[in-house]
Structures are given as C-alpha cells and as structure tokens.
Ligand binder design. Structure first.
Ligand code: EPU
Length: 423
C-alpha cells in the first residue's frame, strides 16, 4: 500500500487547479445508462472511484475510453446485468446504477452496499421512491432487485435529504410515465449538475436547486457532451491547507458560489478568502493566529460533512476552543484518534467534537481511515513539525486527483512512497 511522507511547516505559494467533482462525475456516468449512444464527459477527474464506476458500466457491456481528456461512454451494447458485490463493496456510489437500469431495462440488480467507515448509510429512501414509482423491490442474497415494466410518476417525500437518493430517483423519473415530484430533495451542486445534464439529454425537469424537484417523464433520452463542475470539497480542502500553513495561494478552476458556506466559516478563523479574476485567493494568518469557531454540518447550502475532518485539523491549531457538531453521519470522527497522535487535543461526545487548539502539532505515523479523514491528515501534516507518514492512502486516491503533485507544485514537501518502497 502506498504511503505519503509529508515534512510540515513550510509556507506554500502559487496556483492550484481544482479537478472535476467526483460526486458529480459518478451520477453523470450512471446517467449514460438511460440512453443509447456515446456520451462524452469533460473535466473528469482521474480517480480510483471513477475507475470503479467505469468497471461497473463495462461489466454491463458499456464501451468506455478516454480520448483527448474526455471520458467516452458508449452504451449501444449495454445489457441488463447486475452491479456485482465485488465492485459495490469498494464503492457504494455503484448504487446509482439502480434507478437508470430499472428505468431503461425494466429490471435492475445491484448488490446492497453495506455500512462503511463513516456510518450505516442505508438506501431505504432510494428503494421507497422506486416502489412509489411502481417498482417491485425484492432483496435476495445481498442483492436488491427492482422490477417495473415501465416506472410511473409519483410524489415522493424523502424524510431525510439524500444526495445519491435524489439522484437515483431523478434519473429513474426521467424515463417514467408521467410526473414525479421529489419533496425534500437534496440541493447539492452535484444534484444540480446531474439535473442540468439530464435536461440536455432531453429530460423535462424543474425546481433544480430547490427542495421540490419535478420531473415529467419522457420516452427517450439522447447522449450528450457535458463538462462536469469543479470539486467544491477539493476547493475547501485547499482553502484549509493555505489557512493552516499561513500561505497565499490562488485556487483556479473552482466555483466560488459552491463554497460559500465553507468560505464564510473559514473566514471566521482569520483566513482571508476573496474571489478574484480566475479563481479564489486564499491568505492564511500567520501560524498561531487562527481563531477558534464553531461548525455544524448540514445538507447544502450548509457546511458540508465532507469538510468536517479538514476543519477539525485546522481548528486543532486555533488559539482557543471550537465546537464541531456532525449531523449527517454517525461515525465520522475516525480522523480524531489519528490527529490526537499528532498532538491535537480533541474530545468526542456523541456527535460533538470539542477541539481545544494547541500551539503545535508534531509529525507522526498515522493511518487514513476514509477519504475525508485522509484529507484532514494531509492538512494537519502540512502544518506539523517534523515528518508525518500517512498509511492507507488508497482512500485519498479515491477522491483527490494528484494531490501530492498539486501540493508539491505549491512548494510543499510531500512524497508518495510506493508499495515497493520507491518514491
Ligand atoms: N440516508 C438514509 N436513507 C437513505 C439515504 C440516506 O437514512 O436511503 C441517510 C444517510 O445515512 C445519512 C444522510 O441520509 O445520514 C445523508 O446521506 P446521503 O444519502 O445524502 O449520502 P450519500 O448520497 O450516500 C453523498 C456523497 C458523500 C457525502 C454525502 C453527504 C456521493 C457519491 N457521495 O453520499 O460523499 O458525504 O452525500 O453530503 O455523492 C465523500 O465524497 O467523501 C462522501 C462520503
């Protein structure tokens, strides 16, 4: 397993380019199931999760290639085949094939994703919505099977705002007969991006970006070319990196409107964040001058749970106590034990983390436990004194494209130690 070796304490400078959003790319890839022909996706990040979704689609017969930077997915030869356990267990977003498969083929079989490091993460709302649309759902030997000759429009109320649930149902409804209304729909920019792509494919969708999405089903959709939005969580991670290292960097290819909650909160810590021509300028305060502040994770447009771990790393070095409340996932504090190994003073009680800022963090061998936990260790390591060796960075490779190259280009001291021991 590859590791990252980081020597902290350096100030960074220069420009970093944000990649396409993983969580927008994955549903867009699944949406190609809805029609025949070749779809071309631009700004696709080169990530392990994208490879996994490609494998899921290829297993169903799709022809996938990368040409000139565009991901080409041809679904002419797609057959009705399951998303197998071997792939779903490595990436739960494979469940995004469920809605499009049943809508296009009248039957879908997808391995049930189990819990993961950050929580139980059930998919009951995906299934409830499909059932409301007339699908017959059965669970057998770890697989969910959904059947419907043709899905029909329905009013679906989600009692919890679910990102991939809204996406799955929106894709299914695009080919259903009649009107579907999703109430308490997720408003994340990635949901909007999918809706915009579906409209380009010929779908009839209104209410995008609100909690009520209405979809008038159509008989057929067509393939498109589409450019994926920039990754707002990668953007927020680089704001945190600049903030904790007291650096001045320009973040390019990002969307300021998508990081408003992150920017507002991180400004409270003393980081200067301003929109300027070509990107977002971030200037971190001098080391030791970060202010504490409190954060509660919420669905968009609130502060994202996917930034909670990076925020805790930052708050670890603030001059005072910050209170963090995680409201989305029940077990998303796995990074805390590792940050403590670096000298952070953090207490967890239920879903609340009390982060008492310390004067310095010290490099240590630590272990990545999930994607954003890994990112928080990188943030902390860049500000820590001495060397930090982060193990199990395959988690990081699922969601951050070339992170060590991007940080090196800013002047950070970071090296990937390959499994073979080579750098
Ligand atoms: N939930 C249910 N039932 C459902 C669906 C969700 O109870 O049927 C609960 C979940 O257990 C959780 C809450 O609803 O408590 C919100 O979960 P959501 O369904 O929105 O999460 P998700 O769609 O599985 C996506 C992202 C996550 C991100 C969350 C929250 C993708 C592929 N994944 O997951 O991204 O944390 O939304 O914003 O879009 C990451 O990138 O590191 C990551 C984990």
């Amino acid at each position: 397993m590859d590791k990252l070796l980081i020597k902290g304490g350096r100030q960074l400078s220069g420009t970093v380019e944000i990649s396409g959003a993983k969580n927008a790319a994955l549903p867009l890839m699944a949406s190609t199931i809805l029609c025949k022909g070749e779809t071309v996706l631009w700004n696709i990040p080169n990530l392990r999760d994208i490879e996994t979704m490609s494998e899921v689609l290829a297993n169903m017969g799709a022809d996938i290639s990368i040409e000139g930077g565009g991901l080409r997915i041809n679904t002419d030869t797609l057959i009705n085949k399951e998303a197998p356990y071997e792939l779903v267990k490595t990436m739960r977003a494979s469940v995004l094939t469920l809605g499009p498969m049943v809508a296009r083929f009248g039957c879908a079989k997808v391995s049930l994703p189990g819990g993961c490091a950050i929580g139980a993460r059930p998919i009951n709302l995906h299934l409830m919505g499909l059932e409301k649309m007339g699908a017959e759902i059965t669970l057998s030997q770890g697989y969910v099977v959904a059947k419907a000759k043709r899905l029909k429009g329905a009013t679906i109320y989600c009692d919890i705002s679910t990102v991939t649930g809204t996406e799955n149902l929106m894709m299914a409804a695009a080919l259903a007969k009649g009107r579907t209304v999703i109430e308490n729909a997720a408003r994340e920019p990635e949901v909007e991006d999918l809706a915009n792509a579906l409209i380009k494919m010929g779908a009839n969708i209104s209410g995008i970006g609100t909690t009520t999405i209405e979809i008038e089903g159509v008989d057929e959709l067509r393939p498109i070319e589409y450019k994926i939005i920039p990754d707002r969580i990668e953007t927020g991670t680089f704001i945190s990196i600049a903030g904790i290292t007291g650096s001045n960097i320009l973040i390019k290819n990002c969307h300021y409107g998508h990081v408003l909650a992150i920017a507002e909160k991180l400004r409270e810590t003393g980081i200067i964040i301003s929109e300027e021509q070509g990107g977002i300028r971030v200037i971190g305060p001098t080391p030791g001058a970060l202010h504490p502040t409190d954060v509660k994770t919420l669905p968009y447009p609130g502060f994202p749970t996917d930034m909670q771990a990076q925020f805790i790393a930052l708050a670890s070095l603030a001059a005072g106590t910050s209170i963090v409340k995680e409201t989305i996932f029940e077990n998303r504090y796995m990074h805390v034990a590792e940050l403590r190994r670096m000298g952070a003073n953090i207490e967890i009680e239920d879903n609340i983390a009390t982060v008492r800022g310390v004067k310095r963090l010290l490099g240590a061998p630590v272990m990545a436990t999930d994607l954003r936990a890994s990112a928080s260790l990188v943030v902390a390591a860049l500000a820590a004194e001495g060397e930090t060796l982060i193990d199990r960075i395959y988690h990081l490779d699922r969601g951050y494209e070339k992170i060590e190259d991007k940080i090196s280009a800013l002047g950070g001291n970071i090296q990937r130690i390959r499994q073979s021991g080579t750098v």
